[in-house]
Design a protein. Structure first.
Length: 225
């Protein structure tokens, strides 16, 4: 009976693979992302990932190869999602101040809602960015993010709204620093200082102040030498 049950489950898995290969791969990536975020590259187990998917371990290896290649694809998918979200903001048609504020708000909200993304980035830093460096996709995605900020900065300077020395990569660093820390250090910060800032009102205040701080930094306040 056990063998028959296993055979039926394998048959169902095979049908899913043939009927919806993209859906199967998406399911694998979602499960793997949670596993890698919780356990890191070394701690995650392919057996555990397979047990939580709608397919088999054999199909995971078929689609993604070994664990390291699956981890790299998970990283790529995590970065793809955030960059697609930025693309959907349609910032090119907004005035520079409004475009920058919308980008900061999106980044804050995205990171707050996607703690696994933050943990994956932290894990990749433990590996000194080695797997990220192997990915041409991630390089292209992040280059596009900088290009968006460069366009906002250029339009802000042309309108005489932004300081002449505002630079896109540094601005990206500053936005990331404010929005990333909010998630990466939540456990330690809240245990030391209490969780007031992590309540809905506190999070709304932090987001508003993050926008204000960045805006004050880029703003041209008077004659420049």
């Amino acid at each position: 009976m056990a063998d028959t049950g296993l055979e039926l489950e394998q048959a169902k898995s095979s049908r899913r693979w043939k009927q919806d290969p993209e859906g199967v791969q998406s399911n694998i990536l979602a499960v793997a992302m949670a596993e890698f975020a919780d356990n890191g590259l070394s701690g995650a187990r392919m057996d555990e990932i397979a047990a939580k998917t709608r397919t088999s371990k054999r199909m995971i290896y078929y689609y993604f190869g070994d664990k390291e290649r699956l981890y790299r694809r998970v990283l790529e998918e995590a970065y793809r999602k955030v960059r697609v979200g930025e693309q959907e903001l349609d910032l090119e048609h907004l005035p520079p101040f409004e475009a920058l504020a919308k980008l900061i708000e999106f980044t804050f909200d995205h990171h707050s809602a996607n703690a696994d993304f933050i943990r994956l980035v932290m894990i990749e830093n433990i590996h000194h960015g080695a797997f990220l460096e192997q990915s041409e996709m991630i390089g292209r995605l992040n280059a596009g993010a900088i290009e968006k900020l460069e366009a906002i900065c250029r339009r802000g300077k042309e309108a005489l709204l932004f300081r002449h020395d505002v630079e896109a990569v540094e601005l990206h660093w500053q936005i990331s620093a404010l929005c990333f820390f909010n998630v990466s250090n939540r456990a330690t910060f809240s245990r030391i200082f209490g969780d007031r800032l992590y309540q809905p009102t506190g999070q709304a205040t932090l987001k508003r102040h993050a926008v204000e701080m960045i805006m004050r930094f880029v703003m041209k306040s008077g004659p420049e030498i």
